[in-house]
Design a protein. Sequence first.
Length: 203
Amino acid sequence: MIVAVSKQQSAQTIMAAFHAGQKHFGESYVQEAIPKMDALEKLNLTWHFIGRMQANKTRAVAERFQWVHTVDRDRIAARLSEQRPYFAPPLNVLIQVNLGAEPQKGGVSEAEAAALAQTIQALPRLTLRGLMTIPPQLSTAAETQSLFRRLAALRVHLAAGGIAMDTLSMGMSVDFESAIAAGSTCVRIGTAIFGPRAATAAP
């Protein structure tokens, strides 16, 4: 699965990508995403929330997105389940794993992943689909490949404990080939699809 990272892209640009065959789009900021969702509501798009998950944004995410890649706390998972509309299918969620142990990024450690997975599995309006990671920006290609392999190994380890998942969200424009080689089933591509973003735009 290719998720086109459409933050800072216009609704018109997303529409053009849709007509070229792209169906999955990733947004990092709720306040930016909702107007685009409204403008494109007649298209059969699948929306992925890929930004840092904040407690005060869970309702909008639960109501408007089909996937969330960045669940990293029991509280966030519980709020998403409680706020998912009863008429909508369960929300597909991924656990973000902070393999680089970077304090500025969200995500659980490898050791914490199983407990969070068990919590999510018990929530009625969520479906646990897999794991997600973002390697440190300054990692070498070899270091990035090693991190991707660790995430793939973590999924195997969790499956051995009875937590089966079908999705590994890892790989972006600069490293998606390495991620796919390591077992990624979902890559999040922005620049390679839309070109460089304007440096000044960002909510």
